[in-house]
Design a protein around this ligand. Structure first.
Ligand SMILES: Cc1cc2nc3c(=O)[nH]c(=O)nc-3n(C[C@H](O)[C@H](O)[C@H](O)COP(=O)(O)OP(=O)(O)OC[C@H]3O[C@@H](n4cnc5c(N)ncnc54)[C@H](O)[C@@H]3O)c2cc1C
Length: 500
């Protein structure tokens, strides 16, 4: 029997960061990962000599002294990885037809750049910035401070749609594009829909306006650096080790894997979807009401993604991301099934070096509902059949047709194309239905759709995107909240504030 202080299920960012924190505090840690590559959404893959990121295209709040860089300084990640700051005057470009608008870095600059397109909107833009700053101030951990007076509920119970739609309906010049549509234009970052909470949109937008960066050379460097540190601390990360049972045995947890191994530990942290976690436990271990609540939670929609290698020197490297929309209603795209599909796309060029002039890889993302691929749900990677391949090709053609409206030169530049569907994400990350960001947070039901890190099962915790918030910054802070439950949040935060 393998004995540890803590077993962590899943080596996504949240699992690895918890492993790092507890290992540094002297706990004997073991992380069990079902895949051959650790990292979950940090995974990369290589085709035709080019590396692709799967679930991290840019990160926010990574500028000097900003939240993510202060947290990552503690995790030893800043010295291991090189970053490329995205364009200060437009890290995201929001496009509707031929019109294009920049979302800039720096709060003053954000307003200055948009005022060029929407003169006379100073007050609306000031109010928008003031609101997101006010929301962030109610989440002190986003500034590495201990939560004292709790004001989070004021914003978890309000809708992002309301904030953004009320900013202003004033149109750009003589076109039909309102400022509100531009501000909603990058809401793919949080699967923007009518139920998205205000705090989620505000925290995420605030982080990117503060400082938006790409990882030079791929997000797998984060997982590699963390695995190395955890191992140096005396911990273990075991890949190809899928957990399929969690039980109690002599006052400890007994965790078993598909390949027949058994592990004993005092603590367990699950970095995987809560419904999957609960399905591995005997019924007497969990209260039926809790199982019912978790089972009733909706997941976010999934994605359909094209990974392109492009011919050398044919397609520019853009130091920003393009969000293109067919219509100015950016809030319904995630729930659209057929007509018109796709309603939007996000195009991002891979960052392989500093001062890159031409793209080597291009990734194009849009929404796709799991229902679209449900008929193949019992198949596995590489064995889904010709009909599925035809489906993928057909959908890729549709997406490329939309992309060509904005980038007519792209189809001729393509060397090779890899396609992922909701099934690909489900099978590579273990997330039910390949949901983009796990559980869908809903401002109408904030308590129901928030999974707390501490559970009613003593010594059993959750971490990862289903707890605090999805995304690299959200999951980083979530790992601190989870480990804060074990070590004491104030104690842990003081250590992080002082860099270790
Ligand atoms: C397409 C896409 C684009 C994104 N882009 C960005 C971006 O640009 N910026 C950003 O900040 N965020 C982005 N995100 C979100 C971000 O990547 C995630 O929120 C974050 O990485 C989730 O981390 P996690 O710790 O919750 O674990 P996950 O990444 O979900 O990892 C869970 C791990 O658990 C493993 N596992 C599952 N079941 C088992 C089992 N039974 N036993 C053992 N192991 C198991 C999985 O294999 C996986 O490794 C994106 C996500 C997607 C899908």
């Amino acid at each position: 029997m393998n004995k540890f202080d803590v077993i962590i299920i899943g080596s996504g960012l949240g699992g690895l960061l918890c492993g790092y924190i507890l290992g540094k505090e002297g706990y004997h840690v073991c992380i069990l990962e079902k895949h051959s590559q650790p990292g979950g959404n940090l995974q990369t893959f290589t085709r035709h000599g080019q590396k692709f990121e799967t679930g991290v295209h840019y990160v926010g709040a990574l500028g000097p002294n900003q939240a993510l860089s202060r947290y990552w300084n503690y995790f030893g990640l800043l010295k291991e990885i090189d970053f490329q700051q995205l364009d200060a005057d437009g890290f995201d470009r929001i496009a509707f037809g031929d019109e294009e608008f920049p979302l800039a870095q720096g709060f003053e600059n954000f307003t200055t750049q948009l005022l060029k397109y929407f003169p006379g909107e100073q007050t609306s833009l000031n109010n928008y910035i003031k609101t997101i700053q006010e929301v962030v101030s109610a989440f002190p951990l986003y500034n590495l401070e201990i939560p004292k007076a709790h004001r989070e509920h004021l914003y978890t119970t309000r809708s992002a749609y309301d904030l953004i739609e009320k900013v202003s309906g004033i149109l750009y010049a003589n076109s039909k594009i309102p400022l509100s549509a531009v501000l909603a234009g990058n809401n793919y970052l949080y699967g923007g829909s009518g139920v998205s909470p205000l705090h989620m949109a505000s925290l995420i937008n605030h982080s990117f306006i503060s400082g938006a960066y790409r990882i030079i050379g791929g997000s797998d460097q984060i997982s590699q650096a963390l695995v190395k540190s955890i191992t140096n601390q005396g911990g273990t990360v075991i890949t190809r080790s899928e957990v399929n049972s969690i039980d109690r045995f002599q006052e400890k947890f007994l965790v078993k894997t598909l390949n027949g191994e058994a592990f004993l530990s005092t603590l367990v942290i699950s970095d995987i979807h809560p419904s999957l976690t609960l399905s591995m436990m005997p019924v007497e271990m969990v209260r039926p009401a809790y199982i019912k609540r978790i089972a009733s939670i909706q997941n976010t929609h999934s994605s359909f993604i094209l990974y392109l290698t492009v011919k050398p020197g044919t397609f520019p490297y853009y130091n920003y991301n393009y969000y293109f929309h067919s219509s100015t209603d950016c809030w319904d795209e995630s729930s659209t099934t057929e007509v018109p599909w796709p309603g939007m796309f996000l195009l991002s060029t891979g960052c392989h070096m500093k001062a890159q002039k031409f793209a080597e890889t291009v990734t194009i993302l849009t929404y796709m509902r799991f229902e679209e691929v449900e008929q193949w749900k019992n198949t596995t990677v590489g064995k889904r059949g010709q009909e599925y391949l035809d489906f993928k090709k057909n959908m890729a053609d549709k997406l490329l047709k939309l992309v060509s409206q904005k980038f007519p030169m792209l189809p001729a530049a393509i060397n090779h194309m890899e396609i992922s569907t909701p099934l690909t994400y489900r099978d590579y990350t273990g997330i039910p239905e390949g949901a983009l960001y796990g559980i869908q947070k809903n401002f109408k039901e904030p308590l129901l759709t928030t999974v707390m890190p501490r559970t009613k099962i003593p010594n059993f915790y959750f971490t990862g995107q289903n707890t605090n918030l999805h995304g690299v910054l959200g999951v980083t802070i979530g790992s601190v909240v989870t480990c804060g439950e074990i070590l004491g949040l104030e104690y842990l935060l003081k250590k992080i504030q002082h860099g270790g």
